[in-house]
Design a protein around this ligand. Sequence first.
Ligand code: PLP
Length: 448
Amino acid sequence: VPLRAQLEQELRSAIRAGQLRPGNEVPSSRVLAQDLGLSRGLVVEAYEQLLAEGYLTARRGSATTVAAHRPHVERSGPVETAPAAPPRYDFRPGVPDVSMFPRRAWVSSVRRVVNSADSAAFAYPDVRGPAAIRNALSEYLNRVRGTVARADRVLTCNGFTQGFRLVCQVLRERGVKSVAVEDPAHRAHHQSVRDAGLKTLPIAVDVRGLVVEQLKRTDAEAVLLTPAHQFPTGAVLAPERRAALLEWAAARRAWVVEDDYDAEYRYDREPIGSLQGVAPERVVYIGTASKTLAPALRLAWMVLPMELVAAVTQAKRQDDLGSPSLQQLAFADFLERGELDRHLRKMRLHYQRRRDALIAALRAHLPRLRVSGIAAGLHLMLELDAGADEKAIIAAAAAQSVGVYAVGAYRARAKRGPGLILGYGATSEATIAEGIKRLGSALAGPRA
Ligand SMILES: Cc1ncc(COP(=O)(O)O)c(C=O)c1O
C-alpha cells in the first residue's frame, strides 16, 4: 500500500476510534513529515484528502483540526445473524426444488448471449424487456398457457411481486379505489394493494375457486385471483365461475389480474388455459419463473390489455428503468431452444412422484382427514375438523421437527375451515414419508 494511503488510513482509523477527537489539532504537515520521515508534500496530500472527505477541517490562518462530526462507527462483530434452521421435515409451500435448476443449459444460454450479443445489449434496456424475450414469451405463453400475447403487450418485471405493485399503482392513478382479493390469499398481495393506497375486499374461496357471486355484491373495480391453482387452497376455478367472472368484468369494465404462478404443474390433465386468452382487454396476466425455474432469477412477465400498456411501461420506467436485460436475453435463448419445455417435462414427473408420495403417506397416517387441491401446483391442503386449533397442531408438529403451515395465516377474515398447507416441491420422498408419519403422531394429541 503506498505510503500516502497508509497515512490516510491511519488518520481515518484514529479519528473513527476517537483517539483523535473533534476539535483536536493535528500536527502541522512539516512537523508530521519530520516525525515520520516522510516528504512534506506527501503529508499535505494526505491532509487534503481527509479535508475533502470531511474528517478534518481547516480555517485560513489557524491549525487543521479534526472535524466536529465524527463519522458514525459501526460496532464490530457479525452484522447478520444466520437465519434459524428450517425444521428437518419441512412442508413450506411456495418453494420449488431449486436443486434441480438446469445449470448446464442455463450457463450455455448465458454464454451464448454474452458472447454473441451486439454491444447495444449492454446499454440501458428497452424498459419493457428486450424484444427477443417479449417475442419468445409470446410464443411460449400462447402455446402453453393459451394467452393472446404479442410482443407489444408484454412487459417483463422483477417477479410477480413487482409487476402486481406496478399494476396497483396504475389502477390507482386511473381512479380505481378497491381491489377484491381471494380469501385466503398470499399475504404479501394484500399488502401490495394497500401500499398503492387501494382498499382490499376479501372474497371467499371454496372448492370451485373464487365465489364470484360474492364478488358481484361488492363495488370492486378490479380483482386479483389465482384461477389455475388457488393459493393456498389449491382449488381450480370452475368453468361456470370463469364465465361469470369475465361477464362481471365486461359489464363493470373492471380489471382482472390473473396470477398464473404455478399453472404449468398440472398432473391429471393439460393445464386449463389462461383467463387472459378469453378476455385480453380486461385481464392483466402475470406469470413468473419463480416456480418453473428459480425464485432467484426474480424474472416475471405481464401480458397487458392495450389500454394499460403505456401507463404500466411508464411506471416500470420510473421504478427501475427496466429489469436486468442480459439475464432476459439468456432466458429468451433458453425458451427458444426448448429448454424450459424440457425442464418442465422432467419437473412435472418429479413433483407428481412427490405429490403421490404425500397423498399415500397422508392416507396411511392421517386417513380420517380430507385432502384437497391435489390437481396442480406444488402444495396441497389438509382439511382439519371445524374447531381444530391450527396453532396447537403446528406447535405439536414443530416439536417433532415437522414444519406445516396454517391456512388461517393466509385468511383475511374470521377463522373458518381450519387446515394445513403442505408444500412438497422442495421435500424429498423419504422426507415426506417420515415427516407425515411424525405429523400423524403429533396430531394424535391436539384435536385435528
Ligand atoms: C400466489 C403466488 N403468486 C406469486 C408468487 C411469485 O412471486 P414472485 O414472482 O415475486 O417470486 C408466489 C410465490 O410464492 C405465490 O405464492
